[in-house]
Structures are given as structure tokens and as C-alpha cells.
Design a protein around this ligand. Structure first.
Ligand SMILES: [Zn+2]
Length: 321
């Protein structure tokens, strides 16, 4: 698909400069460099600041007060030559924090007293479409890395506490010597069509009225194509024949790589798995157009910025090639 990388969180050509990760001295020098900038993240929420009608990343210098609470710093790469780091300041406890924050719908913003004017921590899903491609890639990378560190503090082989290495891109076990690397979990998400009809569905826990494409994790020992056919069969009872790859999207909620595919259905009858899906249906192009435009009386579109919305938009515009 020619437009594949124009999806939200699509590749921005960031120079990750991975060859520098193992050189602690070089990384320390980069952090002290004049152009160095650090992106604070608080409990998975990047610091953002309004810019040009949208948002941009709330960078601070390496000696900024807000970083005093940082437990972990990671090297993100070089942005036009400028060293970029991220720091996890989750230990900071803001006053008046809500008891529970549902990241799916969180619209709250937290502001650290030492952050520059206008900077605050914002749920990435709420802001992702207001960031440019480079900012989105940097924020997604930092969020995915820190989410991984948060739940991988102990060696998966022997259980001993592991230590951060390689500029935040690895954890090493001091007891058994194992190296652990940040996980990315493959998920297939499929535009299942038959002629001019599209299969959409909704999960029980989604916002009211929201429908999207079917999706599911790829299992060990399975190809992407087989995962598409299995998931559609399990969730909706529909058989899929030919499967074509379309586009992918890093989805750091918390650690997925969404692999968008086009599945050509060979059967039509829907038999729901009620655990996975609350409802599924076939919609024609005109109805899909109305849903995408927000003009449907009962069905709300997939989340803006999600690859489902991107694939449906390109199917409707006949730009899947
Ligand atoms: Zn170990």
C-alpha cells in the first residue's frame, strides 16, 4: 500500500542511532550537549505543549527540575542531529489525582509545578492526531519503552531483579547473564470485505456505539495470514480466503504492532463469539461512508488516528493499492 506510512505513528525517519546505545560515555556526552532535550513522561503520558493549532512534545533541558523525580532515562535517537532522551517521572505524585484513570478514555491532564508554561502530561490516545509524525514516533517509542520497563523488573529466566542497559533498550540479569529486550506484540487487524460490503464489529467494553475492524493477537507458530483467518472465524464465524498485507502501526497501548490486512471473505453468515464481540455486521459502501462521516444514526466510527479508521478511509477512497 503506497500510503502505508502516512498512518498515525507511521515512520518519520527518526535516526535511532542504535550504535550509540552501548556507549555509556557517548550517551553521557550527548546528554550534556547544548542541543540535547529530554521528554518527561508521567505514568505513560508524554509531556505536551500546544503549538501551531496542534500539540508538540514538551521537551526540557537535561538539567530541568522536573527530571529530579526521573527513575529511568532512555536514549530515543538523534532528531536532525539533536540528541533526544525520554525520562520516566512516574514517581511524582500530583495532588488531586483521580482514584482511577482509564487510559482508554482519560481526558485528565497533570501539570508538574516545575514544567515550563503550557506543558502538561496528556494521554497519548487523546492527543495522537494532533502531533506531527516525528513527535508521534518519539512519544510512542518512549511510552512503549517505559511501559515495558515497568512490568519487566525481574529476569524472566531466573527471577532476579534486572538492570537497565543499552541506553534503556535492554535489561540485563546480574545473576544468570540473560539479556531481555523490549517486547512488541504482533496484532492483526483486518479489513474484511466481500464485494462492496465490509465486516465491522464492536467489543463489549468499547465506548457506546463504536464499531471498528476485527483484530486479534498473532499466536506462536502462526503466520499473519493464518491469524487473520482464525480470528475472523473465531469471532464472527466468517471464512476468509485471500489475505493481503496493507500497512502497519505501532500501537503503544501498551506494546502492540498492528498489522493491517485485507481479508477477502468467502462466506457471509455471522456467528458471534459473545466474549469477543457484542455485535458484528456487514455494511455497504454507502453505509460505511455515513459511519465514517459521523452521520450514522446508531454506529459511531473507529477512533481517529487508529489504523482501523485509516484502512476504512482508504477502502472508501479506493486507495488500498
Ligand atoms: Zn536471570
Amino acid at each position: 500500500m503506497r500510503r502505508a506510512e502516512s498512518v498515525t505513528f507511521g515512520g518519520s525517519g527518526l535516526d535511532r542511532a542504535a550504535h550509540l546505545r552501548g556507549d555509556a560515555g557517548a550517551l553521557a556526552d550527548l546528554r550534556r550537549a547544548t542541543g540535547a532535550r529530554v521528554l518527561p513522561l508521567w505514568r505513560g503520558k508524554p509531556a505536551l505543549v500546544p503549538a501551531d493549532g496542534g500539540e508538540t512534545l514538551g521537551w526540557v533541558s537535561a538539567d530541568a527540575q522536573v527530571l529530579e523525580a526521573a527513575e529511568l532515562t532512555a536514549f530515543l535517537g538523534l532528531d536532525d542531529g539533536g540528541p533526544r532522551f525520554a525520562a520516566d517521572v512516574s514517581a511524582w505524585a500530583p495532588p488531586d489525582l483521580p482514584d482511577t484513570l482509564d487510559s482508554f478514555t482519560d481526558r485528565t491532564e497533570q501539570r508538574h509545578p516545575e514544567q515550563p508554561e503550557g506543558h502538561r502530561f496528556v494521554e497519548l490516545r487523546a492527543a495522537m492526531t494532533r502531533l506531527d509524525a516525528r513527535a508521534a514516533e518519539l512519544a510512542a517509542t518512549a511510552k512503549a519503552l517505559f511501559d515495558w520497563h515497568r512490568i519487566h523488573g525481574f529476569c524472566a529466566r531466573c527471577g532476579v531483579a534486572s538492570t537497565v542497559a543499552m541506553g534503556g533498550w535492554q535489561r540485563d540479569c546480574p545473576a544468570c547473564g540473560a539479556h531481555h529486550f523490549p517486547r512488541t506484540d504482533p496484532v492483526v487487524i483486518m479489513l474484511v470485505t466481500q464485494g462492496n460490503d465490509l465486516l465491522i464489529g464492536r467489543s463489549p467494553h468499547w465506548p457506546e456505539g463504536m464499531y471498528s475492524l476485527l483484530a486479534g493477537f498473532v499466536e506462536p507458530g502462526e503466520t499473519m495470514e493464518a491469524a487473520v483467518r482464525r480470528e475472523v472465524w473465531e469471532e464472527a464465524g466468517v471464512r476468509v480466503g485471500r489475505v493481503d498485507y496493507l500497512a502497519s502501526q505501532p500501537w503503544p497501548f501498551p506494546a502492540s504492532l498492528m498489522m493491517g490486512c485485507h481479508g477477502h471473505a468467502t462466506s457471509r453468515e455471522i456467528v458471534l463469539d459473545p466474549v469477543e464481540l457484542e455485535h458484528a455486521l456487514w455494511v455497504g459502501r454507502e453505509e460505511a461512508m455515513a459511519i465514517a462521516a459521523g452521520d450514522h444514526p446508531r454506529i459511531n466510527p473507529a477512533r481517529k488516528g487508529a489504523i482501523a479508521q485509516f484502512l476504512i478511509h482508504n477502502w472508501l477512497a479506493d486507495t488500498l493499492d
